[in-house]
Design a binder for this molecule. Structure first.
Ligand SMILES: Nc1ncnc2c1ncn2[C@@H]1O[C@H](COP(=O)(O)OP(=O)(O)OP(=O)(O)O)[C@@H](O)[C@H]1O
Ligand SMILES: [Mg+2]
Length: 226
């Protein structure tokens, strides 16, 4: 079984994958789609009411809107150590496999919905005992949305990741340059410079106040054919 949708990865951890995923989910909903959100494994979860609380999974679930998907389906694997999921799992005495994560992405997913899967860390970050984010993306066969910080040095990370995505036979659907830095260097224009090397759409994403904001930018890209 396979579903359509997007695998959201990044050039690094903490660079806006969740913020972008929420905006993407909202844009898809505004376009009339139903979305099945997944962050199949989340590490660094705090304990709330005696349970491990997945902040990313919760944000994706809220972005997907009513009827809200079951959080246990969105993020079934949760760990407390703020480390790569394979290591966080090992420290909790668990072992994760890519096939378990693939199944978690597909379990209970509405066949007519689009799957939006947020990975953990970057494309080559370890995700399970037997694989990387790249392996889950490949197992799902989803086009990839690559989020990168719009700062000096990002071209190297974007182009390396784009090459890795191509090697896996996956389509790079979109590169998002996220405005994580408030101060821009004079003359810097990563978008135009990347466009000289990539043939996929590249969007700038602004600083937003709330999760889900900025969706209009992605709606434009979806309207243009995604
Ligand atoms: N465009 C933006 N506007 C405002 N805040 C942002 C933006 N992008 C990211 N942030 C903030 O930066 C932090 C990291 O973003 P986010 O959680 O989306 O990263 P991530 O890549 O999903 O991280 P992780 O690897 O932990 O999953 C968050 O506090 C988020 O609110
Ligand atoms: Mg995240």
């Amino acid at each position: 079984m396979s579903l359509n949708g997007y695998f959201v990865t990044g050039t690094d951890t903490g660079i806006g994958k969740t913020v972008l995923s929420c905006a993407l989910i909202r844009a898809l909903r505004e376009g009339g789609y139903t979305v099945t959100p997944r962050k199949p494994v989340e590490s660094g979860c705090e304990v709330r009411d005696g349970q491990l609380f997945p902040a990313d999974g919760t944000a994706l679930r809220e972005a997907a809107g009513a009827p809200f998907p079951d959080l246990d389906r969105v993020t079934p694997y949760r760990f407390s150590h703020a480390l790569a999921p394979d290591r966080a799992a090992r420290l909790a005495g668990a072992t994760l496999h890519i096939e378990q994560l693939r199944q978690a992405c597909l379990a209970d997913a509405n066949q007519d919905a689009l799957l939006v899967v947020e990975g953990a860390g970057g494309f080559y970050s370890p995700l399970a005992e037997d694989g990387l984010n790249a392996d889950l993306a490949e197992a799902l066969g989803l086009p990839v949305v690559l989020v990168a910080p719009d700062r000096l040095g990002t071209m190297n990370h974007v182009l390396l990741t784009a090459e890795a995505i191509a090697r896996r036979g996956l389509r790079l659907a979109l590169v998002v340059l996220n405005a994580v830095e408030t101060e821009q260097r004079e003359g810097m224009d990563n978008r135009s410079d990347l466009a000289r090397h990539l043939d996929c759409p590249i969007l700038g994403f602004p600083r937003v106040k709330r999760t889900g904001d900025g969706w209009e930018i992605l709606a434009g890209w979806l309207r243009d054919g995604a």
